[in-house]
Structure formats: C-alpha cells, structure tokens
Design a protein around this ligand. Structure first.
Ligand SMILES: NC(=O)c1ccc[n+]([C@@H]2O[C@H](COP(=O)([O-])OP(=O)(O)OC[C@H]3O[C@@H](n4cnc5c(N)ncnc54)[C@H](OP(=O)(O)O)[C@@H]3O)[C@@H](O)[C@H]2O)c1
Length: 166
C-alpha cells in the first residue's frame, strides 16, 4: 500500500473501527464511513485529525483502497450498487460468509464447497482487485496485536492479483 493511496473503511462496527484505529496509530490517514452518520462522526472525532468522516458513496469515490468491514451479503450488495465508482480499485474483504443461526451460534451461508472469495471475485467491478484480509483474527486481537513488540503479529491475506503488496 503506497503512502499516497487513499484508504476508506466502510462499516464501523467491531472490525471497521479496529482497522481505522490501527491505520491512524500507524500514522496513516483514513476515510471512515458507515450508513449511520452519527457513528461515523463520533469515530472520526475519537480518532483525530487523520480520520475523515464521509458518507459511503463519497468515501468509495475518493479512496483507492476500500475496506468493506461489513457482512458478506452487504458486500455483495455494495459491489453492485457502487460498481461504477469501484472500477480499478483495490477492495479489501475481511468477511466470513456466516450469519447468526437460530441457536445463537453461526452458520455458513454459502455452499459447503463454495469459496466466499471466489464468489466476490466473480462479481468484481471492471479492473477492480480483491484481497481477502483482516478477517482471520477477531476484532479484539486485531486491535491488541497491532504494533506489538518485540515480536510483531502476523496477519495473512490472500489475493489472486500479483500487484497488491502489503
Ligand atoms: N468481529 C470479528 O471479530 C470478525 C472477525 C473476522 C471477520 N469478521 C468479518 O468482518 C465483517 C464485519 O464484522 P463486524 O463484527 O465488524 O460487524 P458489525 O460490528 O456488525 O459491524 C458491521 C458494520 O457494517 C454496517 N453495515 C451493515 N450493513 C451495511 C450496509 N448494507 N451498508 C453499509 N453498512 C452496513 C453496520 O451498520 P449498522 O450498525 O447500521 O448495522 C455496522 O456498522 C463481517 O463480514 C465479519 O464476518 C469479523
């Protein structure tokens, strides 16, 4: 990720707020956006001057790298809704294809042998690139392990695109 790339985090729940805070902690500016504007403004205020609050449409338009910190089905919807603005951009997907089940646990919402990454890759806007990242750790660990010393934490990502570097 070049220092000049603009990053937007869409969805400011557990993962989105942790990712935005980590970026700011690493001295990176970040555009934050949620469908709830009060939540957006409040997080931006808490994070300080490196965080810019935005609505979702403007954030997607302005950023080069968009982290969709929302649920799998919602990502599918937003890829369709904002397809034109997402063309040529890097889309970061932390989602797991799960939803709450009737017992308070989680169930997989795609076929046993289906891949969420492949499903999203198949509906990507033109020339957009997909990286599955930031979704292998729980939100608390994502926050707590960032910048830890002396041993740095490792976060895995997967992409089929050879030009996405960390
Ligand atoms: N939590 C974890 O530890 C964890 C770990 C690994 C991966 N993940 C993945 O990370 C993603 C986010 O999880 P989370 O725990 O951060 O969820 P969350 O706390 O529920 O936050 C989701 C955020 O997305 C917003 N949102 C929902 N639907 C939207 C839509 N259609 N358009 C715009 N914004 C929308 C929600 O807004 P509202 O508040 O208005 O609903 C909320 O701010 C999920 O895909 C999950 O599988 C989470």
């Amino acid at each position: 990720m070049s220092q000049k790339s603009k990053v937007a985090v869409i969805g400011l729940g557990n993962i989105g707020s942790a990712v935005a805070a980590n970026l700011v902690k690493g001295n990176r500016s970040v555009i934050v956006a949620d469908r709830n504007i009060e939540k957006t403004n409040s997080l931006a205020e808490k994070l300080g001057s490196l965080a810019s609050p935005s609505d979702i449409a403007s954030a997607i338009k302005e950023a080069d790298i968009i982290v969709f910190a929302i649920w799998f089905q919602a990502i599918k919807e937003l890829l369709g809704q904002y397809g034109a603005s997402l063309q040529g951009k890097i889309i970061v997907d932390p989602s797991n294809p799960i939803a709450l089940d009737e017992k308070g646990g989680f169930k997989k919402i795609i076929g046993e042998k289906e891949s969420a990454g492949e499903i999203l890759a198949s509906i990507l806007p033109k020339n957009a690139k997909l990286a599955k990242a930031l979704g292998t750790l729980g939100a608390a660990t994502l926050s707590g392990a960032a910048f830890q010393k002396p041993e740095e934490a490792v976060s895995f990502y997967a992409t089929t695109d050879k030009i996405i570097y960390s």
